[in-house]
Design a protein around this ligand. Structure first.
Ligand code: FES
Ligand code: CO
Length: 326
């Protein structure tokens, strides 16, 4: 089922990790659309995964001299989408102008491949940690969830569940109260919470429980960030979460974990811990009703500590994200 959301179709949507696209084309489903990604010398390109000749999936083909070759009759498409070779056509006949692939916007950034289904190239959100050599960045995901993206994103912005769902990992039951905080918007349109003081059982892997400061940021409709600051030593850890709508019912979550300090953990261990935390959230998020995040603030009952979630709901309303389906 195609997700007909004009706002999201104009966004950069994460498609896969950069490392997932090597010398063979791959298929990803984004908002119900089958997309083929392939790499050549110029970079990565995204087409609708459909050959105009007989509807074959181009992702079953191969890349030859920088062109995407259809698996069925060998038509060759260059990166612009134009078909430049039809092997069955006698040499004196021109390739029909209609022989083209439908192309999408595509970019490689922050360790991921991003697709714009409207074939636009909007400005990217900033992720300074990724460009800063003082930070170590670990790519996380994919994680598929049976829930719509706004529920997945809101769970990430939800500070109240940490000491409940992640008790012993990200919070403790003796410290469940959350102080009030405000939400602000900066000149770039980024929505950011004040620092929220949280008691964590082991914020930096040394086994020492202490207070740390959490900040949540809303960067784009499906991209948010969390930063943890340890006031004692200046340690910063941030997690960027970005979610791809796979179809009407499923989401795929990806992330970047950034550290400005030594952790003694390998990338695999960091990923494993993040998977464990995500596995604790998953049954909650997959069973929330309604599946669509209620944007009417009178629906559901919020507390003051839900300000980040409320700001997110207001932001989606303002952006006009409806997650409509056809
Ligand atoms: Fe692609 Fe025939 S279906 S070349
Ligand atoms: Co959680």
């Amino acid at each position: 089922m195609i997700v007909q959301d004009t706002v999201l179709r104009n966004e950069w949507i994460v498609a896969c990790r950069s490392v997932d696209v090597q010398d063979r084309p791959i298929q990803v489903t984004i908002m119900g659309e089958r997309v083929v990604l392939f790499r050549n010398k110029e970079g990565i390109h995204a087409f609708k995964d459909l050959c105009i000749h007989r509807g074959a999936a181009l992702s079953l083909g191969c890349v030859r001299e920088g062109k995407l070759v259809c698996p069925y009759h060998g038509w060759e498409y260059e990166a612009s989408g134009a078909c430049v070779k039809i092997p069955q056509l006698p040499a004196d006949q021109a390739i029909p102008g209609k022989a083209r692939a439908i192309i999408y916007g595509c970019a490689e950034r922050y360790g991921f491949v991003w697709v714009n289904l409207a074939n636009q190239s909007p400005e990217f959100f900033a992720l300074p940690e990724f460009e800063d050599q003082h930070f170590r960045n670990v790519i996380w995901g994919p994680q598929t969830v049976m829930a719509k993206p706004p529920r997945v994103v809101e769970n990430f912005l939800d500070v109240g569940h940490l000491a409940v769902v992640h008790e012993g990992y990200l919070g403790v039951e003796t410290h469940m109260e959350i102080g009030d905080y405000r939400v602000h918007r900066d000149e770039n349109g980024v929505i950011r919470t004040d620092e929220i003081k949280i008691f964590q059982p082991d914020p930096d892997g040394t086994g020492q429980a202490k207070h740390v400061y959490y900040t949540y940021e809303i960067l784009r409709p499906l991209t948010v960030k969390f930063t943890k600051r340890d006031a004692e030593n200046g340690n910063l850890m941030s997690i960027l979460l970005t979610v791809m709508p796979l179809d009407e019912a499923r989401s795929v979550a990806y992330g970047v974990l950034s550290f400005n300090y030594e952790t003694n953990l390998s990338d695999e261990e960091i990923i494993r811990f993040q998977n464990l935390i995500f596995a604790q959230d998953k049954p909650i998020v997959e069973n929330q009703k309604p599946e669509d995040l209620p944007l009417d603030l009178q629906v559901e009952l919020s507390l003051k500590c839900d300000r980040a979630s409320i700001a997110y709901r207001q932001y989606l309303t303002e952006m006009g994200v409806t997650f409509g389906t056809a």
